[in-house]
Write a protein of this length. Structure first.
Length: 497
C-alpha cells in the first residue's frame, strides 16, 4: 500500500480549502498543497484575509500554513509530487446545451483529469471530492486510460464531503462518517485503504464507510436530497400553520421528538439556499429523467417547487401586509448570506425575496455582517434576478454597514438570515426610526422569544409558520384580500392599526 507523504488538492474553494486545512492539521507528517487557477484566491489564502469566512478556519490555517500546508498556483508541480490528488473544483448546474438548468457541468472536473493525465507520472490516487453525478468517476478513468504514458497508473476514488458551511471545521474534525467509494479490485481496495489511513489519523475506523464508487457518488446526492426534503416538508407544514393557528415551531418539536423522525433540519424558513441542495437535486432529477425514471424525477422536483413556493409566499405576505403595495416603500432586509456564519450567498433565499420585492417596486436597504457590498450588487444584478434591467439595482437598493442605518425610515424590517446578532438588536431604537405601522417579518423565527416585547414596543410581527398578530389580518380581509393568508375570526374592534 502506498505511503502517503504528499497530498495535492485542486480547487481552493469552500470544500477544498477547509478540508485540506484540517487534513494538514491532523496529519503533520503529510505535506498538503492546495492549488487553484484563481491567483487572487490563492493570494487571499496566503494572507490574513482568507477568501472565505468560516468560524475557526483562520486559527487552523495560521497553525499549519508554511509548515505542511501550502497554497499555490503551481498546479503541475503539486500534481507531480502528490500521492493523492483531490479534485475539489466547482460543478455548477449547466447554463446551456443538453441538460441546461439541471445537469451538472463537469467541464472543470474534466479539465483537471486532463491536466493530471498530462503532467503526472507513476502511481496516483485521484479522489473526487466535488459533488458529481453518478458515474462521473468513469469520465476521469476514461481520460486516464487514453494516456499513452507507460509509467502512469492510477486509481479513482469517490470521497464526497459532507461539511456544512458555518460549521465546516467542526464537521471536518468530528465527522458523522467518512465515505470512500472505489473499485472492487485489489488495486481499488488498496487505494481505499491508503485514503482511509489519512482519515484514521483522527477519525475512528468504525466511522469510515467504504462502498463501490457509484454508491458513494449517489449517497452524496441522496444525502443532500433527503436533507432538503425535510426542509421542504416542514416549510409546507408552515403554510398550513399560518392559516390554522398551529405553530410550526411547536409542530417541529412535537414530531422531532419521535426518534424515527429526529430533530435536525426541521427549522421552517424562507427556503433553503446554498451551493448544494438545489444543484444536487436538479442533478438527481436530470439523472432520473435520462434513465426514464419519470416518477422519481417528479417526486424530487416537488422538493424544489415547495422551496420556490416558500420564498414567493414570504414575499407575497410582506406585500399583502403592507396594504397590498410596496411600490416606493422602503424595506430593511437583514441578512443576505444563505445561512448564518458564512459570507456565502450562493442560491440564498434572500436574493429571491429581494427580487420579488424589487419586482413590486420596493426600495431595499440591505445589511449583512459578512457579505460584501459588491457581492450583493452582483447577485441582484444577475440577469435571472434583474432581467435586462440591472440598473434598477442601483435605483432600488442601498447597502449599509450596520443594521440600524438599514432600518431608518422603513415601513418594514425583514429578517432573511438567522444571524445571532439580530436577536440582540435594540428594537426600541429601531422602532423609533421606522415609519408606522412598523412591521417585522421574521423569515427565520430568530425573534420567537421576543414577540411579546416587540408587540409591546408597537411592532406588527409576522413570522413563518405562526399567526403572531391575528387581529391585523381581519383588517386586510375587510379589503377582500387573503392578507397574510390569515383566516382568524378575531373581532375587528380589537384592531389597533
Ligand atoms: C449542505 C449539507 O448540509 C452538507 O452536508 C453538504 O455537504 C453541503 O450542503 P450547506 O449548504 O453548507 O450544507 O448548509 P446547510 O446547513 O445544510 O443549510 C442549507 C440551507 O438550508 C440553508 O439555507 C439553511 O438556512 C437551510 N435550512 C437548514 C433550513 O431552512 N432549515 C433547517 O432546518 C436547516
Ligand atoms: P466549492 O464550494 O465546491 O468548493 P468553489 O467555487 O468555492 O466550489 O471552489 C472551486 C474552486 O475550484 C475555485 O476556486 C476555482 O477557481 C477552482 N477551479 C476550477 N477549475 C479549476 C482547475 N481546472 N484547476 C484549478 N482550480 C480550478
Amino acid at each position: 500500500m502506498v505511503q502517503v507523504k504528499n497530498i495535492c488538492c485542486i480547487g481552493a474553494g469552500y470544500v477544498g480549502g477547509p478540508t485540506c486545512t484540517v487534513i494538514a492539521q491532523m496529519c503533520p507528517e503529510v505535506t498538503v498543497t492546495v492549488v487553484d487557477i484563481n491567483e487572487e484566491r490563492i493570494r487571499a489564502w496566503n494572507s490574513d484575509q482568507l477568501p472565505i469566512y468560516e468560524p475557526g478556519l483562520q486559527d487552523v490555517v495560521d497553525f499549519c500554513r508554511g509548515k505542511n500546508l501550502f497554497f499555490s498556483t503551481n498546479i503541475n508541480e503539486a500534481i507531480k509530487k502528490a500521492d493523492i490528488i483531490f479534485i475539489s473544483v466547482n460543478t455548477p448546474t449547466k447554463t446551456f446545451g443538453m441538460g441546461k438548468g439541471r445537469a451538472a457541468d463537469l467541464k472543470y472536473v474534466e479539465a483537471c483529469a486532463r491536466q493530471i493525465a498530462d503532467v503526472a507520472d507513476g502511481y496516483k490516487i485521484v479522489v473526487e471530492k466535488s459533488t458529481v453525478p453518478v458515474r462521473a468517476a468513469e469520465i476521469i478513468r476514461r481520460i486516464f486510460k487514453t494516456s499513452t504514458k507507460p509509467n502512469l497508473s492510477f486509481q479513482v476514488l469517490s470521497n464526497p464531503e459532507f461539511l456544512a458551511e458555518g460549521t465546516a471545521i467542526e464537521n471536518l474534525k468530528n465527522p458523522d462518517r467518512i465515505l470512500i467509494g472505489g473499485d472492487e479490485t485489489p488495486a481499488g481496495q488498496n487505494a481505499i485503504a491508503a485514503l482511509s489511513e489519512v482519515y484514521e489519523h483522527w477519525v475512528p475506523k468504525s466511522k469510515i464507510i467504504t462502498t463501490n464508487t457509484w454508491s458513494s457518488e449517489l449517497s452524496k446526492l441522496a444525502a443532500n436530497a433527503f436533507l432538503a426534503q425535510r426542509i421542504s416538508s416542514i416549510n409546507s407544514i408552515s403554510a398550513l400553520c399560518e392559516v390554522t393557528g398551529a405553530d410550526v415551531g411547536e409542530v417541529a418539536h412535537a414530531i422531532g421528538t419521535d426518534q424515527r423522525i429526529g430533530r435536525p433540519f426541521l427549522q421552517a424558513s424562507i427556503g433553503f439556499g446554498g451551493s448544494c441542495f438545489q444543484k444536487d437535486i436538479l442533478n438527481l432529477i436530470y439523472i432520473c429523467e435520462t434513465l426514464s425514471l419519470h416518477e422519481v424525477a417528479l417526486y424530487w422536483q416537488q422538493v424544489l417547487d415547495i422551496n420556490e413556493y416558500q420564498r414567493r409566499r414570504f414575499a407575497s405576505r410582506i406585500v399583502n401586509c403592507l396594504f397590498n403595495t410596496v411600490a416606493d416603500k422602503k424595506i430593511a432586509l437583514l441578512g443576505f448570506a444563505f445561512k448564518k456564519d458564512t459570507g456565502d450567498t450562493r442560491e440564498s433565499s434572500s436574493i429571491y425575496v429581494c427580487k420579488y420585492l424589487m419586482d413590486e417596486g420596493a426600495h431595499l436597504a440591505v445589511y449583512d455582517p459578512k457579505v460584501k457590498k459588491e457581492q450583493i450588487i452582483r447577485d441582484l444584478s444577475h440577469p435571472a434576478i434583474s432581467g435586462d434591467n440591472p440598473e434598477r439595482v442601483s435605483e432600488l437598493v442601498t447597502i449599509t454597514s450596520e443594521p440600524y442605518a438599514a432600518c431608518e425610515n422603513t415601513h418594514a424590517l425583514v429578517i432573511c438570515t438567522e444571524w445571532d446578532l439580530f436577536k440582540d438588536l435594540d428594537y426600541e431604537r429601531i422602532y423609533g426610526k421606522m415609519l408606522k405601522p412598523a412591521f417585522i417579518f421574521d423569515g427565520r423565527r430568530v425573534l420567537d422569544n421576543l414577540h411579546k416585547r416587540l408587540q409591546q414596543i408597537g411592532f406588527q410581527v409576522e413570522t413563518i409558520g405562526k399567526k403572531v398578530n391575528p387581529v391585523s389580518s381581519l383588517v386586510y380581509r375587510a379589503a377582500s384580500k387573503p392578507a397574510c393568508q390569515e383566516q382568524d375570526p378575531t373581532p375587528a374592534k380589537k384592531v389597533k392599526i
